[in-house]
Design a protein. Structure first.
Length: 313
């Protein structure tokens, strides 16, 4: 039997990561010929490509000839970026610029994943036209990456998104899911940030937005430039932790809200809420309610599964 391979081709960088896995799955399940590349965790499922190796990047793009490239790979941990600025800049800026050049060479539409941390958080909500002012080095490298891709390839979309969660392989993969153990083990009190306003966003929803954007672009070449997508439930980490406890019928009285701005680590914007009306007006978007999304994501990590009869039956 001849296998029917879809004619639309998409290449996903960072396909081993939390967002990349969701993006790969979304395109793959919607009739796209999908290739993912990764670095440390690539084999056997994905192509092993070091994005800092310009020859390897050139080769995979020229061999595969993608119509769309979704660039998910990045150093996205603000405190790691502060400690390793050169390595972060290589990946977030230099590799992104090179990818944009190579995409232009084969006429591919590049979607560059950026962040709400390009804003200082003093006057939300932020539209795409608002002037960025990143507070930390991570936000600065992602903003430089935005400029670099747009300079090297005018047919690029920059998609800014906030804090992500979803089906994690380890709880540490997301700043949202990493709180689960503190929630579950209620025998000792846990301090939780109740200062920074966040908009937790499910990677499945971002993946759907990427695919919808790509499919719209195939029909309309004017689809390019900067876009925002985000969940619409505003929560501090403390409120997320309480919602997680609630979703699993766990106690939350041991969680302590801390209302001072954090003194350690990279500076964070107080409220970098993204205005998503530009994508919404294009008919693009998907939002999973936080409690439903977090229950699905964290269920495998629940230590005591005895209560499930009462919740699901």
């Amino acid at each position: 039997e001849d296998v029917d391979i879809p004619s639309r081709r998409v290449l996903i960088t960072g396909a081993t990561g939390l967002l990349g896995r969701a993006v790969f799955k979304e395109f793959n399940e919607n009739n796209w010929n999908t290739v993912g590349c990764g670095y440390r965790r690539a084999q056997p499922r994905f192509e092993h490509v070091n994005l800092l190796d310009s020859i390897a990047v050139h080769d995979i793009i020229h061999d595969f000839q993608p119509h769309v490239i979704v660039h998910c790979a990045a150093e996205r941990r603000p405190d790691v970026v502060e400690g390793q600025p050169d390595a972060a800049s290589q990946l977030n800026v230099a590799a992104s610029a090179n990818l944009a050049k190579e995409a232009a060479g084969v006429g591919a539409f590049l979607i560059y994943i950026s962040t709400d941390y390009v804003f200082d958080g003093t006057s939300p909500p932020y539209k795409e036209t608002d002037v960025p002012n990143p507070l930390n080095l991570y936000g600065k490298t992602k903003l430089e990456g935005e400029k670099a891709v747009l300079e090297n390839n005018e047919d690029t979309a920059v998609l800014r998104i906030p804090v992500l969660y979803g089906e994690v392989e380890r709880l540490e993969e997301s700043a949202v899911t990493v709180m689960f153990d503190k929630v579950q083990f209620s025998n000792k009190s846990a301090n939780m940030d109740h200062w920074q306003q966040r908009f937790p966003t499910n990677v499945k929803d971002v993946a759907a937005v990427c695919r919808q954007l790509a499919e719209k672009r195939m029909l309309d070449p004017s689809i390019k430039g900067t876009f925002h997508w985000s969940g619409n439930e505003q929560m501090t980490k403390y409120e997320m932790a309480c919602a997680i406890a609630d979703a699993f019928n766990l106690p939350s009285s041991h969680l302590r809200p801390i209302t001072d701005s954090p003194v350690v680590g990279a500076l964070r914007p107080k409220n970098a809420q993204l205005d998503c009306s530009k994508l919404e007006m294009l008919g693009i978007g998907q939002r999973t309610p936080f409690r439903a999304g977090i229950r699905e994501s964290l269920w495998p990590f629940l230590v005591d599964k005895r209560w499930r009869q009462t919740v699901f039956h």
